[in-house]
Design a protein around this ligand. Structure first.
Ligand code: SAT
Ligand code: MN
Length: 579
């Protein structure tokens, strides 16, 4: 018996499923799952002529986003989870969830999903096995990961896998927990069928556990998209960018360049997670561990993201979007009128008004291979060499359009101090500013003070450090209107970043770092409001002084564990600001 078989048997004795199904990842298996979900109403078919292979799933209305307050890191010592995580002692977590898992799969099938995170045959890839009683989860894992033989082959070579146990339980928020055990590289999740709570390969394994493994093993697991930027010479330069959930990572990853006539375009390598390693020449290399996109639907349109619109035209599972009277998916910001007879995300007839037809965190799950701009290197076992790291978030005030750190250490400080307005991707208030270091606040599986130290240490080990940038597409004027057009015009900011990587690009050294001169960014053909570029590249001294107070509050939770380099950078910024 293999370790996997032993664990499956032991789990089945507790959860007592009626049947056990070992997934092979085949098309037949996927089609069979879809057929049975259509039969029991878990999936609803869209018009198969217009949207072949596209289905709608409506989740329980109490289960539509990640639940950070029910997500725990279970380390023996509380301080190792850090103030950035909820903590429970491993024994207590096992005892409480063990009771909930008792008989939780009775009357259901337990699916065994062996899956590979990362390209086939890559030394950077890792195997997970998820046990779940949700066929919807299995179908999503088929799209988001590489299921079946490719994973078992990798397992045969390495003998290692990350176990993840998931049960819908009774889908009650009172009995919902997502528990991570970094000492054992184990996940237990119960009571939710939603994305990041239930597709255990994604945030649970590829970020929370992987970040902790990465620290021990000397690599990085980050909440980052990966793109290749092609210039007029045809050369492609790769960049990784961290943004919080629902802040435009998928749009940036699939950007349609407004500078295409000058030869600038973007290739998609990944839209959410990057696993990064230092290669034998001292360069940082990244692979996308995922095989699909789990993107936010509302706001996605032929104007904002035509590449996504094409990607999700077939073989896509939609979750909590609306359905038009003629059987097509629809959501707010799709850029087309839905016509009469719309059914909302909860299955009720909808009329335009206050209530949204699609949930603000409704999603599409689509294969990356269907993306028209997918990079020829997206499954390269060696990954791609990263030349620039970008930190971004929603900030309607204070933060400039783009600036560059003066050093790796300064860049780590920039990422670690990033403020972000919250979104609908997690339950709780939307639009509140919180510190979200490297966009990893909900996903760092250990004490963030140690995470900052790990970033500092990684930089020291690299012979060729990527340059580090901060961007903000979301700056507004006094009337609440966006100052920067965003979307395809973000290529103009990427162009400046590329020029900086190439040792060109005009900049001035400011208290924040290198800011583009107001004419450094190519704005030809843009109709920007008067003075917009000045505002977007200015330093709001008062706003930044306030910001440093917020940073200090955040950092102080970590006490002596905070690296002294971060303290020094923070003090340096305050001094330069005259605070
Ligand atoms: O729910 S997920 O975590 O998969 C999506 C997100 O919040 O980024
Ligand atoms: Mn994400």
């Amino acid at each position: 018996m293999t370790d996997i078989e032993r664990w499956v048997e032991a789990t089945a004795q507790v959860t007592r499923p009626d049947r056990i199904h070992w997934c092979d990842g085949s098309r037949d298996e996927y089609d069979g799952l879809v057929r049975s979900m259509l039969a029991d109403g878990t999936l609803i078919a869209y018009d198969q002529n217009a949207y072949p292979g596209c289905y709608l799933h409506r989740s329980n209305p109490n289960d539509v986003a990640r639940t950070e307050q029910l997500t725990f890191i279970c380390t023996p010592k509380k301080d190792d989870a850090g103030p950035n995580n909820n903590w429970m002692a491993p024994a207590e977590a096992k005892e409480r969830l063990g009771r909930l898992f008792e008989g939780s799969m009775q009357g259901r099938t337990m699916y065994v999903i062996p899956y590979l995170m990362g390209p086939a045959g890559s030394a950077y890839s890792k195997v997970g096995v998820e046990l779940t009683d949700s066929p919807y989860v299995v179908a999503n894992m088929h799209i988001m990961t590489r299921v079946g033989r490719v994973a078992m082959e990798h397992y045969a070579k390495t003998g290692q896998f990350v176990p993840g146990l998931h049960s819908l339980g009774d889908v009650s928020p009172d009995r919902r927990f997502i528990m991570h055990f970094p000492e054992e590289n184990l996940v237990w999740s119960i009571g939710s069928g939603y994305g990041g709570n239930a597709l255990l390969g994604k945030k649970c394994f590829a970020l929370r556990l992987a970040s902790s493994m990465a620290r021990k093993e000397g690599w990085m697991a980050e909440h980052m998209l990966i793109i290749g930027m092609e210039d007029s010479s045809g050369k492609v330069t790769y960049m990784a960018a961290a943004f919080p959930s629902a802040s435009g990572k998928t749009n940036l990853a699939m950007l349609v360049s407004t500078l295409a006539s000058e030869g600038y375009k973007v290739w998609t390598v990944g839209d959410d997670i990057a696993w990064m390693y230092i290669d034998n020449q001292g360069r940082l290399r990244a692979v996308n561990p995922e095989a699909g996109f789990f993107g936010v639907a509302p706001g996605t349109s032929a104007q904002t993201n035509p590449i996504a619109m094409e990607t999700i035209r077939r073989n896509t599972i939609y979750t909590n979007v609306a359905m038009t009277g003629d059987g097509k998916p629809w959501w707010e910001g799709m850029g087309v009128e839905p016509g009469p007879g719309v059914i909302d995300w909860q299955g009720r007839p909808w009329t335009p008004g206050n209530e949204k037809a699609a949930h603000p965190n409704s999603r599409f799950t689509a294969p990356a291979s269907q993306c028209p701009t997918i990079s020829p290197k997206w499954e390269d076992p060696e990954g791609v060499v990263i030349s620039a790291i970008i930190f971004g978030s929603r900030r309607s005030v204070v933060v400039p359009l783009v600036y560059q750190s003066v050093s790796w250490q300064h860049g780590v400080f920039m990422g670690s101090s990033m403020g972000a307005e919250t979104t609908a991707a997690a339950t709780g208030a939307v639009g509140v500013v919180r510190r979200d270091p490297m966009a990893m606040l909900p996903f760092c599986g250990y004490n963030m003070a140690d995470y900052f130290q790990h970033w500092l240490d990684m930089g020291k080990r690299m012979k060729h450090q990527p340059l580090i940038f901060r961007v903000n597409w979301f700056r507004k004027d006094a009337d609440g209107k966006f100052l920067w057009p965003g979307y395809g015009d973000n290529i103009r900011v990427l162009k400046w970043i590329l020029e900086r990587v190439q040792g060109k690009g005009k900049a001035v050294e400011s208290v924040l770092g290198f800011l583009p001169t107001p004419d450094a960014i190519d704005t030809e053909g843009l109709k920007l409001p008067a003075g917009a570029m000045q505002t977007l590249t200015a330093v709001d001294t008062e706003g930044w002084v306030k910001g440093t107070v917020e940073m200090d509050k955040f950092y102080s939770q970590f006490g002596d564990r905070l690296p002294k380099e971060i303290r020094e950078e923070h003090a340096g910024l305050r001094k330069r600001l005259g605070a």
